[in-house]
Design a binder for this molecule. Structure first.
Ligand SMILES: Cc1cc2nc3c(=O)[nH]c(=O)nc-3n(C[C@H](O)[C@H](O)[C@H](O)COP(=O)(O)OP(=O)(O)OC[C@H]3O[C@@H](n4cnc5c(N)ncnc54)[C@H](O)[C@@H]3O)c2cc1C
Length: 417
């Protein structure tokens, strides 16, 4: 039995940094490897900002499949599938279909984790005094037709089984919750307990807190290979300098355990360690509108919104920023920002917030690390010392508080055994 496990964490996004933090609190000796010069520069950079148990429904349903197929023929649709053959994509889709019978169980698991994650995340922010522009004013889902509203009512019943209160609201109540919202709205569901915040600010500040707790941060360090050898984990990495060129030597370090938190790149590390982890990169976009004057600040919504039909989410980040995020593109690892995807988000803003200027905005694209059954992989791998906390898809910000706690407990209990 060892006192202090020597643990490597691969990746400094929200999953890697929350895992490193929880491990450090529990007494492990932690080293984080990150290819970028700073934490949270990939998918944990400019996401929708929602910590949304109310969005815990998994997508594995026949209705989603039918909608998805119809969207494939419309250029401004929230989902885009490049039909070019790829074993990775089609094996993922086949597994997605096979997970349809588990829709209810997987949604319940997600909502339970999301509720637990809230408390964990707020506790971390409080303990480390982290300002991440968070806003505890709930999340409002809104619908344009009775049909959409009725489907959502069934989802609310399921979420309630998992412990979440998502209450129906009339158009008049919606006007009170978010007075700036305009458009042809039938009704909505409001979840007071959900909240929002800036994932990049939070992850960066928690990474600094990790350093204060003696976590070693190997930034600008690309992990090239992982090997499980004689009960230990070998990490082979290469340091990159600020201009992006690599140092000549590959370094090897040996650890007792490793936790894979490498986002869309977790699949290749799992393969090196004898596990199959079918994470697919599902691309999404965001625009962050700068609300430069008082008039524009008043014209932008303060309550976080989810338009279930357009599949767009919004967050107000502090006084001066309003973020809109969405779309799901199955098109490999490209992070190119495509105007055809940004423009519908701007048009959506003009329709629902006609008094808000979108003149100054920043666009971004990121890759959701998505598992076919929509549940993150949290737990042990097949070989000793190997653990995963990855594949959180569209809910990594929402779930990391809980999944980092679960995986860190497993790591520590393996050390103690
Ligand atoms: C448009 C959009 C909107 C979203 N909105 C929301 C939302 O509102 N709420 C929500 O809960 N979630 C949302 N998400 C999902 C959420 O952002 C992700 O689930 C989460 O950021 C994933 O975190 P991660 O740590 O798994 O991955 P990442 O943040 O990508 O971190 C993985 C890290 O591993 C590093 N890495 C990979 N390979 C190597 C290597 N070889 N060597 C060293 N380092 C390596 C990467 O550089 C990266 O920093 C959204 C996602 C998108 C794209």
């Amino acid at each position: 039995m060892k006192d202090h496990a020597k643990v490597a964490v691969i990746g400094a996004g929200i999953t890697g940094i929350t895992t490193a933090y929880q491990l450090a609190l529990k007494g492990a000796d932690v080293t984080v490897f990150e290819a970028n010069p700073y934490p949270a520069m990939e998918t944990s950079y400019a996401n929708g900002g929602q910590l949304s148990a109310s969005n815990a429904e998994v997508w594995n349903s026949v209705q989603t499949m039918v909608k998805g197929v119809s969207w494939m023929f419309s250029s401004g649709a929230p989902l885009l599938m490049n039909p070019k053959p790829s074993w990775h994509k089609y094996s993922w889709l086949a597994e997605f279909v096979r997970a349809i019978p588990h829709y209810e169980a997987n949604t319940l698991q997600t909502v339970k984790w999301a509720i637990d994650a809230r408390n964990q995340l707020l506790a971390m922010a409080k303990a480390e005094n982290i300002d991440f522009d968070h806003r505890e004013t709930g999340i409002l889902h809104f619908y344009e037709t009775k049909k959409q509203f009725d489907v959502a009512a069934n989802v609310s019943t399921l979420l309630k089984k998992g412990g979440l209160e998502r209450r129906p609201v009339t158009v008049q109540e919606i006007g009170g919750i978010e007075p700036t919202l305009e458009g042809d709205i039938y009704g909505g569901f409001y979840t007071e307990s959900d909240f929002t915040g800036d994932i990049h600010k939070f992850t960066s500040a928690l990474a600094t807190a990790c350093t204060r707790r003696n976590v070693v941060m190997r930034l600008s360090t690309v992990v090239e290979k992982l090997r499980s050898h004689q009960g230990q984990i070998e990490v082979f990495s290469r340091v990159e300098d600020e201009r992006g060129s690599s140092s000549p030597g590959q370094h090897k370090e040996v650890f007792d355990q490793v936790v894979i938190c490498a986002g869309v790149h977790s699949r290749k590390f799992a393969a090196m360690l004898g596990d199959r982890l079918n994470v697919y990169p599902v691309k999404g976009y965001s625009i962050t509108i700068n609300l430069e004057d008082a008039a524009n600040q008043a014209a932008a919504p303060s309550t976080s919104l989810l338009d279930d039909n357009a599949k767009l989410v919004t967050s107000r980040l502090g006084k001066g920023r309003f973020r809109v995020a969405g779309t799901a593109e199955f098109n490999g690892y490209s992070k190119d920002i495509v105007w055809k995807r940004i423009n519908p988000m701007l048009k959506w803003c003009h329709r629902h917030f006609p008094n808000m200027s979108t003149e100054s905005f920043v666009s971004w694209a990121g890759l959701r690390p998505m598992m076919p059954n929509m549940l993150p992989r949290v737990g042990k791998g097949s070989r000793p010392g190997v653990f995963y906390n990855t594949g959180h898809g569209h809910l990594g910000w929402t779930l990391s508080g809980a999944t980092s706690d679960i995986v860190s407990e497993l790591v520590i209990s393996e050390t103690a055994a």
